[in-house]
Design a protein around this ligand. Structure first.
Ligand SMILES: CC(C)(COP(=O)(O)OP(=O)(O)OC[C@H]1O[C@@H](n2cnc3c(N)ncnc32)[C@H](O)[C@@H]1OP(=O)(O)O)[C@@H](O)C(=O)NCCC(=O)NCCS
Length: 177
C-alpha cells in the first residue's frame, strides 16, 4: 500500500510510452517549474479546461505559500526538472471531509495514463487522511476528463458555474476510509 511518506521523496511511475516520471508532493522550490508548466506545458485549450482563473505568478505564489497547509495535498509529476503533471485536493470550507480535486497534465504527456495515475494517488491520499470522498468541477464539454472521472467511480451530482460545469463526486465506502 502507498505510504504518504513515499510521496515525500517520490515514486517512479512508467507511462504508456515507456517513459518514467517521478511523482511526489509539491515542494516550496517547485514554484518556478509550476509556473513554466502553466505557461508552456499547457496549451491555451488545456489552460481553459483546467481553470477559469489566470495561471499567473500570483496564483503560483499562493500555491507556494500553502505548501505545508494541512488541508491541501498537492502532487507534481516530474520529467527531470520539468513539471508534466499537477494535481491536488483541498478541503472545502463547508464540506471539510469532501475535498475538491483539480488536475492538469502537460499536452506533451496527455493520453499516456498519467492523469489516471495522479487521480488514483490523490484518491488514496484522501482515503488515508480520513476523508469521506472527493468532489470536482468539470466543464460539460470536457469529455476526456469526464470519461476518466466516470471510470474512477465519480458520479454527476449537480452543476455549477451557471450550468457550464458538472459537479462530480466520489464517495468512499466506509471500509475504504
Ligand atoms: C483530463 C486530463 C487530466 C487527463 O489526463 P491524461 O493523462 O490525458 O489521461 P489518461 O491518459 O490517464 O487517460 C485516462 C482516461 O481518460 C480518457 N481519455 C484519455 N485520452 C482521451 C481522449 N483523447 N479522448 C477521450 N478520452 C480520453 C480515457 O477514458 C482514459 O481511460 P483509459 O486509461 O482507460 O484509457 C488531461 O487530459 C488534461 O490535463 N487535460 C487538460 C486540462 C483538463 O482538462 N483538466 C481537467 C479539468 S476538470
Amino acid at each position: 500500500m502507498l505510504s504518504l511518506l513515499d510521496l515525500e521523496s517520490g515514486i517512479w511511475v512508467t507511462l504508456r510510452s515507456g517513459e518514467q516520471v517521478l511523482v511526489r508532493r509539491f515542494r516550496r522550490t517547485d514554484g518556478e517549474a509550476l509556473y513554466r508548466f502553466f505557461q508552456q506545458g499547457l496549451s491555451p485549450e488545456s489552460q481553459r479546461l483546467y481553470s477559469s482563473q489566470p495561471l499567473d505568478r500570483s496564483l503560483v505564489n499562493i500555491v507556494v505559500s500553502e505548501t505545508d497547509a494541512p488541508d491541501v495535498m498537492r502532487l507534481v509529476a516530474l520529467k527531470g526538472d520539468q513539471v508534466v503533471g499537477y494535481a491536488y485536493w483541498r478541503e472545502q470550507l463547508f464540506k471539510a471531509r469532501m475535498p475538491l480535486l483539480s488536475i492538469a497534465v502537460a499536452d506533451s504527456h496527455q493520453g499516456l495514463g498519467l492523469g489516471r495515475l495522479l487521480m488514483e494517488l490523490l484518491i488514496e491520499t484522501a482515503r488515508q487522511k480520513g476523508m469521506e470522498g472527493m468532489e470536482l468541477h468539470v466543464f460539460k464539454h470536457n469529455l476526456r476528463a469526464i470519461n476518466l472521472y466516470l471510470k474512477l467511480g465519480f458520479e454527476i451530482v449537480g452543476e455549477t458555474d451557471y450550468g457550464r460545469q458538472w459537479i462530480m463526486a466520489l464517495r468512499f465506502k466506509p471500509e475504504e476510509q
